[in-house]
Design a binder for this molecule. Sequence first.
Ligand SMILES: C[S@@+](CC[C@H](N)C(=O)[O-])C[C@H]1O[C@@H](n2cnc3c(N)ncnc32)[C@H](O)[C@@H]1O
Length: 301
Amino acid sequence: MVPRKPPAGDMAVDERFDAVVERESAAICDAYRISAERAASIVRACLDTRLDLRQQIASAGDESSVRRTAAYRAFVKAARRAVYYALRRYREDDEAFAALIDALADAEEREPPASVEALATELRRRHVSTAEREPHLDAFLAQIDEEMDAACTVIDVGCGCFPLSLSPGWMARITRYVAMDRDAACIRALEAYARATGWSGLEPRRERIGERPWSDFQCSFDIGLLLKLVPVMARSEPDRLGDLASVPARRLIVTANCGAMARHTSIRGREKRILDRFVEQSGRAVVRSIEVPTEFGYVLE
Ligand SMILES: C[S@@+](CC[C@H](N)C(=O)[O-])C[C@H]1O[C@@H](n2cnc3c(N)ncnc32)[C@H](O)[C@@H]1O
């Protein structure tokens, strides 16, 4: 016989805390793009710091009776805020990301040798931007294949971990791939990848957009990649959009996200308006559109 769940009033104190964590993390999972495990860990950490509320739950006959208190409402608000900010970060776990970079850096010395491809895939999965593209990566790459297949020089602005997605065929042909990002960890990952694969054309650069003029690169590139970057810049550094519009490349590939970073909400309409304004600002023509379930954009010339 399945043991009957005790009425709330009979629950041990720890079980009451568990019930709170379970209920609030389930509600968070309904609203936010987060795993049940990660939501529960954030909610529990938040509850652990709320000594007043813990006291109330411990002394209440029934934990449901504390749900209407100010302390409970403040706890729910704080947990949701913590989830929101955790989801706004590009990387969930800096230590795990760093450990993967170290493994990539000495892939050959490991016993047995670690697979460079497996490490690159894991790194991609640990950066939110490449992680959301991962289920549709082949479809996405197929849609930019025409440009990338013909390119010898590429500049990838705000690259994140995208260069870890390139096919061996492209890597063999692209003689110069400038990968630029302000994020030091991504740049370290790309440096380790360039060494591990022997791809001498990959040129990772830790730089902020607009830090120096494009003419310093002494190159007009075949392709400029601005993947999921324009909306980020439009929100955080709108004055820099002019720099992006003048990336020295024959063709630009610009994309944006269909879904919000934190919530289960479509932002496609809003992001499309931002991309369309950028296209106008660049003075370029749309050659064709790109669309996968999580991302959309244009090839511009
Ligand atoms: C949404 S992610 C896109 C990453 C990658 N392009 C992709 O699609 O997978 C935006 C990237 O732009 C970088 N970024 C944002 N502002 C930047 C700036 N001012 N200069 C350089 N990189 C920037 C971030 O560090 C982040 O890696």
